[in-house]
Design a binder for this molecule. Structure first.
Ligand SMILES: O=C(O)c1cc(=O)[nH]c(=O)n1[C@@H]1O[C@H](COP(=O)(O)O)[C@@H](O)[C@H]1O
Length: 233
């Protein structure tokens, strides 16, 4: 099943039970779900089976970053488990990204492979501390272009950079944007944020939303409010 919604709900939970409890309140016709490092490290592939069994398309967010052969193997393993999307860090370089893409092609695996550019929690000062003197926007653009040349289907970036990437990389190149904060939600540890409708207007193709839904007093009401905001944009 392929769905129209741009929404990806981050199931950032510490247990399989808690994640499935949330998933059971969501409708796979209205959103996809994301499984990240904590949940996958605790529950392993069984979480993927459980979500696929419920009809969800899953973004496996493990942000691989290693030597090319190791990342290619990890991406293949993810894709063989039927995930809709998997990611790696663009900072791992061209050869790492190409190896991952080639591995998918060699095995006729159709999982979307996207590259994380600059994490939405990072500021210009954070980048300076690790030796990057460009602004976050400039560095995102550089990494996105490298990701596109290396055969990635898209990138993870903040919505603040999506418009520029739309110009540079085109509409078909996926722009998956976390750091989404509806007007009713707190920023938490995110730095480069936007509301859902602003993010779509800016050129995001998919919105990753975690705590504004999962930590809301009424998660379903929060999700419905986001959907309403998007349909009236
Ligand atoms: O790859 C990601 O999904 C990701 C990249 C990034 O730059 N920033 C970012 O927040 N994320 C993920 O997106 C989700 C955002 O969650 P909330 O901040 O709770 O909405 C988390 O699961 C993060 O791991």
């Amino acid at each position: 099943m392929s769905i129209d919604s741009p929404l990806i709900i981050a199931l950032d939970y510490a247990s399989l039970d808690a994640a499935l409890c949330m998933a059971d309140r969501l409708d796979p016709r209205h959103c996809r779900v994301k499984v990240g490092k904590e949940l996958f490290t605790r529950s392993g592939p069984s979480v993927l089976e459980a979500l696929h069994g419920r009809g969800f398309e899953v973004f496996l967010d493990l942000k691989f970053h290693d030597i090319p052969n190791t990342v290619a193997g990890a991406v293949q393993a993810a894709a063989e488990q039927g995930v809709w999307m998997v990611n790696l860090h663009a900072g791992g370089g061209r050869r790492m990204m190409e190896a991952a893409r080639e591995r998918l092609e060699r095995h006729s695996l159709e999982t979307h492979l996207i590259a994380v550019t600059v994490l939405t929690s990072l500021t210009a000062e954070d980048l300076h501390e690790v030796g990057i003197t460009q602004t976050p926007a400039e560095h995102v653009e550089r990494l996105a272009q490298l990701a596109q040349q290396s055969g990635m289907h898209g990138v993870v970036c903040s919505a603040q950079e999506a418009a520029r990437l739309k110009e540079r990389c085109g509409d078909a190149f996926l722009k998956v944007t976390p750091g989404i904060r509806p007007s009713f939600a707190a920023a938490d540890d995110q730095q480069r944020i936007m509301t859902p409708s602003e993010a779509m207007r800016a050129g995001s193709t998919h919105l990753v939303i975690g705590r504004p839904v999962t930590q809301a007093e009424d998660p379903m009401a929060a999700l419905a409010a986001i959907e309403a905001e998007l349909t009236t944009r």
